[in-house]
Design a binder for this molecule. Structure first.
Ligand SMILES: [Fe+2]
Length: 169
């Protein structure tokens, strides 16, 4: 009977691990989808500022915002495909993006250049925090590929924050 109890305990532990892993995967794909929504929102906001920026630094900022927007947009496909490789569904529409994004819309087309830079800097800092959260979720779910690739995405976001911050000095 002791043997039977040990087997039962092992089965319970195994079930617990499977459930724990299932929950960790669900948390990871949620986190990746939220990150994907943030990237789409930040992409469109950075493009919006590329289109609407004005002032004496117009050319530099117009070009910088375009470069940063392209970098952010390139992340979207990589993030979505990490969700698919984890066997889950990713975002399907503008509505799904709006429902999950933590980046706030900015619809004022007459914002000053300095306000645009400050807002993009803060949003990229929000993105860095989101990336850190997703990396932790990837670690918990044992998704080494996501865990590893996020370091590069974080470095890119830190570079954007650095460039934007230098403009505010
Ligand atoms: Fe353009």
């Amino acid at each position: 009977m002791i043997f039977g109890a040990a087997v039962e305990a092992a089965i319970t532990e195994g079930k617990g691990k499977i459930m724990g892993n299932h929950n960790a995967k669900a948390a990871l794909v949620d986190s990746l989808n939220a990150l994907l929504a943030d990237c789409f929102a930040l992409y469109i906001k950075t493009k919006n500022f590329h289109w609407h920026v004005g002032g004496p630094q117009f050319r530099d900022l117009h070009l910088l915002f375009d470069e940063q927007a392209a970098e952010i947009f390139a992340l979207t496909d990589l993030i979505a495909e990490r969700v698919r490789k984890n066997g889950a569904a990713t975002l399907t529409s503008i509505g799904a993006i709006a429902g999950k994004s933590r980046i706030k819309d900015e619809d004022d087309a007459d914002l000053s250049a300095a306000a645009m830079i400050a807002q993009l800097k803060a949003d990229n800092e929000t993105l860095i925090a989101a990336l850190r959260e997703t990396k932790a979720a990837a670690g918990a779910a044992g998704d080494n590929a996501t865990d590893g690739v996020i370091d590069d995405w974080t470095d890119q976001a830190e570079q954007r924050v650095w460039f934007l911050g230098q403009l505010l000095k």
